[in-house]
Design a protein around this ligand. Structure first.
Ligand code: FFO
Ligand code: GTP
Ligand code: MG
Length: 484
């Protein structure tokens, strides 16, 4: 439990209607009573205000009060008209006694108020300290504390939904199911170690098999969804590539709904690559428009072409943009780009300028070349004809990206997705430990197996914070903002 009073604004600097100052720790209410009087601001013309009999310290939890802030023990020096919310010890976000002051917005008022509560006896809270106390006081586990940060940082719907599910305790629940199976395995082994002569061998073997299978299957699913988590954390990197003038910049503009990149009918318009972050169906997407790749004498364009090639290797996903040509020429162009991308990036072929394609894009489904590509290249995800000019099929193009994201985990759309890098590392390490156990269990003695199971358990427990070091906690919470 806290043994001092901490304070910080929970709202950011900047103009806003209101700002909220949080005060937490034993005696918070009494501290605020020194700087708060119930009732309206003192009348400007009257000499002396009247000290109300009412006290924040006497309020019950979740009660609010209206009044004004004033200098320490001087009700005639007002700062602002405010609303106060009281939380009693044990029943608050932090689990500590907590008082929140809801003030008007404003930079001057912010400084004066913070200064006032510090003079009244509080100290400035550290980054993430309120949430750290919520964790220490058992109000939430570490995966939920990280979820709070996830909610604060979420820019898109899917980022928010993932964080909210963690805050609802999904991670801990899923891991609990796994941990219970591991405990069962441990006790089975212990019986075996202590009473080897009594064991019912067949029964034991079946229990061990089914539990190991459950653990591996569950962890495998979570590990497979890690790419999705990385995308939610860092954005899906989508690079538009192709020859000059095929309409890459036009597609960037159409996808983002912004007139961001310059479009002209001059080949070689885009010289430097353009990076644009957008929210596509709730997925954070970073779009890269690149200089059209061709042999060129222009030194500036040549540098741009080099950048385009570098970006190919940074992408999660490529859109190879092509325009109407006879099929043999298209095939040649596709081959050329596949050679450039080292063949290890997922890609879609986007056939642009559908509006003027004549019959170039008709009967694509019977195009043998595409069928062969689909069979032979697992990175080829499909093709689509669009028109960036008329907007035709641009919504379908967006759906391709959403589908691609959905299928990243290879399993259900509703599976648990870990978004914290820390948690992803831990789950991967635990998965490796259990895989090794599974592979070597016929040759390893039981006491070594038991030690390995405990090691796996420890890694899983670190995710929810049952055994983390002080340093680890400081590292996690220091990434929060002050006031959270
Ligand atoms: N004014 C205000 N709004 C806020 C917060 C806050 O701290 N203050 N929150 C902070 O981020 C979030 C809400 N989180 C909260 C979580 C727990 C409790 C709380 O009082 N928990 C008690 C009682 C539970 C119950 O009655 O069921 C407890 O856990 O014992 C309050 C807020 C978002 N909005
Ligand atoms: N008819 C038609 N014209 C298009 C379409 N998309 C782009 N264009 C035109 O094609 C020309 C080139 O478009 P850009 O978007 O600049 O092409 P780019 O691939 O970015 O070209 P570089 O930057 O030079 O590599 C412009 O005149 C566009 O108006 C389309 O769907 N239909
Ligand atoms: Mg361009």
């Amino acid at each position: 439990m806290l043994d001092e009073i901490i304070a910080a604004f929970a709202t950011p600097v900047g103009s806003s209607g209101l700002q909220v100052l949080r005060v937490a720790g034993p005696g918070s209410a009494e501290l605020v009573d020194k700087i708060f009087n119930f009732g309206p601001l003192p009348d400007f013309n009257k000499k002396r205000a009247i000290r109300s009999e009412r006290r924040i310290a006497k309020l019950k939890g979740y009660q609010a009060a209206f009044g004004y802030l004033h200098d320490i023990n001087d009700i005639n020096k007002p700062l602002d008209q405010v609303v106060i919310t009281k939380f009693v010890k044990g029943k608050s976000y932090t689990g500590e006694e907590q008082v929140e002051i809801s003030l008007h917005g404003g930079a001057a008022l912010r400084k004066e108020t913070l200064d006032l509560v510090l003079r009244a006896g509080a100290r400035l809270a550290e980054a993430g300290e309120f949430t750290k106390w919520a964790f220490i006081n058992g109000k939430m586990d570490l995966s939920q504390a990280e979820a709070v940060m996830g909610i604060i940082e979420a820019d898109t719907y899917r980022q928010h939904q993932a964080a909210l599910r963690h805050l609802q305790g999904e991670t801990a629940e899923k891991l609990q199911g796994v941990k219970e199976r591991v405990y069962e395995l441990l006790s089975a082994l212990e019986v075996d170690i202590e009473y080897p002569e009594y064991e019912d061998f067949a029964l034991q073997e079946e229990l061990i098999n089914s539990n190991i299978d459950f653990v591996l299957e569950t962890l495998d699913k979570v590990v497979k969804s890690n790419k999705k988590g990385e995308v939610l954390r860092e954005g899906l990197q989508l690079v538009l590539v192709g020859e000059p003038n095929v309409g890459k910049s036009s597609i960037l503009n159409a996808l983002s709904g912004e007139d961001r990149a310059i479009v002209t009918d001059i080949a070689g318009t885009t010289r430097d690559s353009i990076e644009l972050k957008i929210d596509l169906g709730g997925i954070p997407l970073t779009l890269y428009d690149t200089a059209g790749i061709r042999e060129t004498e222009d030194p500036i364009e040549r540098l741009g072409v080099e950048r385009s090639k570098e970006l190919l290797n940074k992408a999660d996903l490529l859109f190879l943009v092509l325009t109407p040509k006879i099929k043999s020429e298209l095939e040649e162009e596709i081959d050329k780009f596949l050679r450039l991308s080292a063949g290890d990036r997922d890609y879609y072929i986007v056939l642009n300028k559908l509006d003027i394609s004549g019959d170039h894009y008709s009967n694509l489904d019977s195009w043998e070349y595409l069928k062969k590509l689909k069979e032979e290249d697992k990175h080829f995800k499909g093709y689509l004809s669009v028109s960036a000019s008329t907007g035709e099929a641009i919504e379908d193009l967006k759906d391709l990206v959403i589908n691609y994201y959905e299928n990243l985990s290879g399993s259900g759309a509703n599976d648990l997705v870990l978004t914290s890098k820390r948690q992803q590392h831990l789950i991967e390490s635990a998965f490796e430990v259990f895989k090794t156990i599974d592979q070597d269990r016929s040759i390893l003695p039981n006491d070594i197996l038991a030690a390995a199971l405990r090691q796996g358990l420890e890694l899983l427990s670190e995710i929810t914070g049952e055994n983390v070091s002080e340093n680890m906690l400081d590292d996690i919470f220091s990434r929060f903002c002050i006031g959270k």
